[in-house]
Design a protein around this ligand. Sequence first.
Ligand SMILES: O=C(O)C(=O)[C@H](O)CO
Ligand SMILES: [Mg+2]
Length: 262
Amino acid sequence: MSALRFDANLKWLFTEHEFLDRFAAAAAAGFTGVEFPDPYPYEAGELRKRLDDNGLHQVLVNTPMGAKGTPEQQGITCFPDLVPRFRDEFLSALDYAVALGADFVHLVGGMVPPGTSRDRAFARYVANVAWASEQAAGTGVRLLLEAQNKRDAPGFILETQAQAHAVAEVCDAGNVGVLLDVYHAQIDEGDLLTLLGTELPGAFHVQIADPPSRHEPGTGEVNFKSVFAAIKASGYDGWIGCEYAPAAGTVAGLGWREELAP
Ligand SMILES: O=C(O)C(=O)[C@H](O)CO
Ligand SMILES: [Mg+2]
């Protein structure tokens, strides 16, 4: 059993099953934690029952994201003209996180909306993060900020891990941190072992997938044996979310846990 704690992202893994059956499949495959971006089609009680019946911990939920191919596909946190909707959606995400016993709400930052300057969108983004930080204070739920790569999310509001860290730092409630997604960090920044050295101390959560395919660790360009060793050596004790597309079946692709993880 690895010294690192991996959780299954149920949007990406176990898609051989209907969503509500993925909890049992994840537990059967040895996971003790799960995450997924979109609890909203389900009653919180229905999801909580799946968690409890399978002895699973909920790591995170996302703020809602729009349909693929729309400007809102990666969230609206940076949309100056949608602040009331952002606030309603965040409070809904917070309610779900509390009901599921989740550690985090991932505030999906958004791509700079058409006709809006990056400066105006970034200012609104920071204001919305600070507002959300105040709403979450005292709930036990912390907030995550993730930088996404420019190939998959052109115009995304956060462009580097250091920028995500800087926004988290200015939220004085201490409940905002970085979601360090190794897939995005490799595509846009590379130099992963150095990046992990500087950015892991501010990271509340980590996610993994192997670029360019976004399949399992060991299928692409990242030396995950070295990455996992660096994460372990850093003393990071959070979860590591498996947010990858299995190349040929979820369970068949889990060998990396024994082959690459310390
Ligand atoms: O796509 C990702 O890397 C994520 O972590 C979000 O959940 C979706 O934007
Ligand atoms: Mg991610």
